[in-house]
Write a protein that binds this ligand. Structure first.
Ligand code: F6P
Length: 549
């Protein structure tokens, strides 16, 4: 049998497993096998992934692992860590692991010693951070910086914002951090209204240094600094985080204020690079470095552990089961931790920009489903918004619950309530509540029979709704790094199994291009160019409403 037929055989077996009678039953699997929590979970350090509350049983897990082997996931993993050109459509390696490596790890991207390059840049960042924190690097008027504004969007915003919140919320930070991403002028206006220019350091974070939103906001803040403190002050108040050194120079940011990285770092994987400078400035160098160590530790686990014990591989396979075997098109992520409140937003880009593709590595349309819709909110907030649908809606939506056992605050009572809710949500999704149970409870509460008949159906929970739980001891910086890298590698594994390129993002280009074409048409009196009839009508309506105002 050639490789293709081995692989299609593995997919076919998965389909056959999904077609077994009772393939979606989860409670019945617990009845048959109370040892599921042990058999369907894996740990690395103090992080545990428990996927026992899914319909994956021994046969399904074996089928998923066979699929991983048949797809030569091991070969992909080796090529990824060897710095091969896994991002074929952009002719690049995907070597974000080098950013959290030590120089001695000598990870390469093609012929470049990526670990050495990253370590050098990290040294420059560390010196800069220390200088700012000491006050030796200060604003043009001699005032120490008390606030850092990160101007960036997508990967140049979501990762740094998420990690900064995660690392500073419990104990506060060294500097205040603001994140300006959207081109909506409201955000820039608020920054300029609320911050003191003398004490504000602006980081322009853009891998390409061409992104319209970022450049528009950067120019606004540049004018604000120049108008407030004089043109010469711009040099003191700006730094750039980019791969495009020529464009940075053209913007007027001096070489010694540029922290560079290479094109083998994808935007959504860049928080470990100089794009994470805001994290280090706001939270401190040590937490930033500890987060990198956590990422490095997860890299080693992903690279070395057998698939059956490998957290990123298992998390990916659980997702493959849900998307491809069960046909579920959504995935919710509920971190029961306010510090991770932007984690779902970060994952939305990480997962959907990476694997939201329908053309395979061979250039042909794929015949299977790929990335599900990812969404989430912190628990318990989610329980009071969309969890109604997850419990009783017509679609089955698998959930990842994330929970730390030890809080970083002195309200253990609150943390126990939080944890009880996380565990209860997962239990409720599994267990459900049958019609007879509902009726018995209503009868016991003295509800009249006609009321029971009318209301009981609405109070039934089908149960058998899948979830996984990721539990850690404490959400410290190392654990945060592990958690982020866990999902990064999950995404890479899924992309490989779906045979799409997880590291490009051509799907964002068309809208950018059309926006540039529409922009001139929005100017007062400009002729409206050729668009589809709906867009032309909306442009005319927009102009009419604006001109009347
Ligand atoms: O949305 C597309 C994208 O290219 C993302 O991949 C990237 O994270 C974001 O734009 C920002 O790009 P840059 O860092 O080059 O400004």
């Amino acid at each position: 049998m050639n490789n293709d037929s081995v692989l299609s055989g593995a997919w076919n077996r998965l389909a056959a497993l999904a077609a077994r009678p009772g393939a979606r039953d989860i409670r019945a699997r617990f009845d048959a096998d109370p040892a599921r929590p042990r058999r369907f979970s894996a740990s690395h350090g103090d992080m545990t992934l428990d996927f026992s509350k899914t319909a994956i049983d021994g046969e399904a897990l074996a089928g998923l692992l066979d699929l991983a082997h048949a797809a030569d996931l091991d070969g992909f993993r080796r090529r990824l860590f060897a710095g091969a050109m896994v991002n074929a459509t952009e002719h690049r390696a995907a070597m974000h692991m080098a950013l959290r490596s030590r120089a001695a790890d000598a990870l390469h991207a093609g012929t470049e010693d990526a670990s050495a390059i990253a370590a050098h840049e990290r040294g420059l960042m560390q010196r800069f951070v220390a200088g700012v924190h000491r006050g030796a690097i200060h604003g043009a008027t001699g005032e120490a910086f008390d606030t850092v504004v990160n101007v960036g969007i997508g990967g140049s915003d979501l990762g740094p914002l998420m990690a900064t919140e995660a690392l500073t919320m419990a104990h506060g930070g060294v500097l205040h951090a603001r994140f300006l991403s959207n081109v909506d002028g409201t955000g820039a206006a608020a920054v300029m209204r609320e911050l003191d220019p003398e004490r504000t350091l602006v980081l322009v974070a853009s891998k390409t240094f061409t992104t319209d939103e970022t450049m528009t906001n950067a120019r606004a803040l540049r004018a604000w600094i120049a108008d407030s403190l004089g043109e010469a002050a711009v040099a003191s108040h700006f730094a750039a985080l980019s791969t495009n050194l020529a464009a940075v120079a053209a913007f007027g940011i001096a070489d010694d204020r540029v922290f560079g990285f290479r094109d083998w770092v994808g935007g959504r994987f860049s928080l470990w690079s100089p794009v994470g400078l805001s994290i280090a400035l706001a939270a401190g160098w040590e937490p930033f470095q500890a987060m990198l160590e956590g990422g490095r530790d997860m890299d080693a686990h992903f690279r070395d552990a057998d698939f059956a014990d490998n957290l990123p591989v298992l998390l990916a396979l659980v997702g493959i089961w849900h998307v491809n075997a069960m046909g579920y098109g959504n995935q919710a992520v509920l971190a029961y931790d306010d510090r991770l409140r932007r984690f779902p937003a970060f994952l939305q880009q990480l997962e959907m920009e990476s694997n939201g593709k329908s053309v395979g590595l061979d250039g042909k349309r794929v015949s299977h489903r790929t990335c599900p819709v990812i969404f989430g909110e912190p628990g318990t907030n989610a329980q009071h918004s969309f969890m109604q649908l997850v419990h009783q809606g017509t679609s089955v939506i698998p959930v990842d619950f994330i929970l730390a056992a030890v809080p970083d605050h002195d309200r253990p009572d609150a943390h126990r309530i939080l944890a009880a809710n996380a565990l209860a949500q997962a239990a409720a999704l599994l267990r459900g509540k049958s019609r007879p149970q509902v009726e018995t409870e209503m009868r016991a509460a003295g509800v009249p029979e006609d009321e029971i008949a009318a209301i009981a159906p609405h109070r039934v929970f089908t149960g058998d709704r899948p979830s996984s739980t990721i539990m850690v001891r404490r959400l410290d910086a190392v654990t945060l790094g592990r958690l982020i890298a866990l999902y990064e590698h999950k995404v890479a594994v899924q992309g490989w199994l779906w045979q799409v390129n997880s590291f490009d993002q051509w799907g964002v280009e068309l809208g950018k291009l059309l926006a540039r074409g529409i922009l001139p048409d929005l100017a007062p009196g400009a002729p409206i160019g050729r668009h589809d009839p709906s867009t032309s009508a909306l442009i005319a309506r927009f102009r009419g409403l604006r001109d009347e105002a």
